[in-house]
Design a binder for this molecule. Structure first.
Ligand code: ADP
Ligand code: ZN
Length: 520
């Protein structure tokens, strides 16, 4: 008598009930149909293919790009008594051969393989000789050329369907914006697949963004006030920054370990293991860290640099609070980030179409940073999941953002750019607006122009915020060839003519910018 999925869930995995769409997904695959599963990290994607693999005849073949994760998953499965193995470049040829033998002997329920290994003629030849329960394509967004996890080999995975048209395929990912989803469907030939889209809301994560003023001190205040002794991740853009921040935090007596692709494999492994096993370890990392890290009690994710898209931000912040308890997603953001990311896009050498998509992604990220509405509504809206009510658990909900009528300030800022010849960056322009008399300003004769000193009603910090928001609104362009000089855009003119209004968000004052007082 064959077991039911619920019985397997209970007997093998020790759980009482399926979560969310798990039962429906398992039914779909069991009946031989294809499925696309979009579920946030921690949602329980693995069971969706593990249980059908145990119930259908033959071996379940799981494609995964994450060598470290494969090993963990296989170890965990073996402890549950599931006959599982993995095949990737970390194995010696003899070990790999033993696994092929086990496959041929019908001794495995699940095999995890790296895509390049799966697609090798040799391995495809082995598979030809076996009954196959299903193909699971994990981290399916790796097929998207526009995502930061792109793996060219994923493009070849549509071959599986051509060779084995009767074997069900299940593609899984936690990245689900509309363009990525569409790309997964077409590139993997899954147009006919049933789609299972779970809610992406992570209600226990509190989203907060502060204006970047003195990032190290702001980070330190956030950690000291809100996360003493907690485990968490601090993301930075560059390796150098990762090292510097890890050193800084260590010097402050915190256990902070760097993690980036420039460290030796051994160092990375040691740091990752300490993060997983010890209490209260902070990992300071580039995006090289995190995919597939299953640590439930990460209490915070802090960003010291702006991620380049909301997908990346969502993935990275999603590593916090997988245990369902309160967690913080905290970010410090400033004009410098935006300039740097724009520059990275322009200098990427990619074709124009790619750059356009990247620019749009960055703009959505900026829109999220500058919003005066509920952040969760913006974030989920971006993933096609409108949230009807403000969430009550983000900074803009907890402390509604004051806005101010910024038309006059915007006009002063824009005309200062114009009168100085569209050749200068923010700090210089702010000095001119404030009427400073330094050597540079005199040399260019900018103490003689009409915008010199017309902005004394605002502080330098406030002016910086004005420029940053104008850039985010597309009313000012950053000239990357000109070392970050600000230029007017086609949208500047209606503002100068007073034909449209401008509302700026009031940045909270600096003393409070760690957000420490806002803890509920
Ligand atoms: P994902 O791959 O979507 O990030 P996982 O498959 O790793 O998520 O599952 C996350 C955690 O939730 C794991 O510890 C898993 O054992 C647990 N889990 C999954 N499904 C259930 C369930 N139905 N009941 C209880 N725990 C579950
Ligand atoms: Zn909110």
């Amino acid at each position: 008598m064959a077991e039911t999925p619920a019985e397997i869930l209970n007997r093998v995995f020790g759980y009482d009930a399926f979560r969310g769409a798990q039962a429906a997904i398992i039914d779909q695959v069991l009946s031989g149909g294809d499925a696309l599963v979009l579920m946030p990290t921690g949602g329980g994607k693995s069971l969706c293919y593990q249980i059908p693999a145990l119930l259908r005849p033959g071996v379940g073949v799981v494609v995964s790009p994450l060598i470290a994760l494969m090993q963990d998953q296989v170890d965990a499965l073996r402890q549950l008594g599931v006959r599982a193995a993995f095949l990737n470049s970390s194995l010696a040829p003899r070990e790999a051969q033993a696994i092929e033998q086990a496959l041929l002997a019908g001794d495995l329920d699940l095999v995890y393989v790296a895509p390049e290994r799966l697609l090798s003629e040799r391995f495809l030849g082995v598979l030809e000789r076996l009954p196959i329960a299903l193909f699971a394509i994990d981290e399916a967004h790796c097929v998207s050329q526009w995502g930061h996890d792109f793996r060219p080999e994923y493009m070849q995975l549509h071959q599986l369907h051509e060779r084995w048209p009767k074997v069900p395929r299940i593609a899984l990912t936690a990245t689900a914006d509309a363009p990525t989803r569409a790309e997964i469907l077409t590139r993997l030939g899954l147009e006919q697949a049933a789609q299972f889209v779970s809610s992406f809301d992570r209600p226990n994560i509190r989203y907060r963004i502060v204006e970047k003023v003195s990032p190290r001190q702001q980070l330190l205040a956030f950690l000291r006030h809100e996360h003493a002794g907690d485990a968490g991740i601090v993301y930075c853009l560059s390796r150098r920054q990762v090292e510097a921040i890890a050193d800084f935090l260590s010097a402050q007596g915190l256990t902070a370990l760097p993690y980036h692709a420039g460290l030796s494999a051994e160092t990375r492994r040691t740091h990752q293991t300490r993060f997983l096993r010890e209490d209260g370890v902070i990992i300071v990392a580039t995006i090289a860290f995190g995919m597939g890290i299953d640590k439930p009690d990460v209490r915070f994710v802090a960003h010291l640099d702006l991620p380049k898209s909301l997908e990346a931000y969502y993935q990275e912040t999603g590593r916090a609070g997988r245990d369902g308890l309160a967690a913080n997603a905290w970010m410090a953001y400033g004009l410098g980030d935006l300039v740097m990311l724009r520059r990275m896009i322009e200098d990427s050498g990619a074709d124009e179409r790619f750059k356009r998509v990247e620019r749009q992604r960055l703009d959505s990220m900026l829109g999220y940073c500058e919003t005066t509405a509920c952040r969760r509504q913006v974030l989920l809206g971006y993933f096609g999941e409108p949230l009807p009510q403000p969430c009550g658990n983000c900074d803009t909900c907890l402390e509604p953002v004051a806005t101010w009528d910024g038309l006059v300030a915007a006009q002063k800022a824009l005309s200062c750019i114009y009168r100085t010849g569209q050749r200068f960056g923010t700090s210089y322009l702010v000095d001119v607006l404030l009427g400073k008399h330094n050597e540079r300003i005199r040399r260019f004769g900018h103490d003689q122009i009409s915008t010199h000193g017309i902005g004394t009603e605002l502080s330098a910090e406030q002016w910086k915020s004005v420029f940053r928001q104008l850039v985010a609104m597309g009313l000012i362009a950053v000239d990357l060839a000109g070392h970050g000089a600000l230029r007017l855009t086609e949208h500047s003119r209606p503002v100068l003519r007073g034909e449209r209004g401008i509302q700026f968000r009031q940045d909270p004052d600096r003393k409070r910018s760690s957000g420490a007082e806002r803890r509920a």
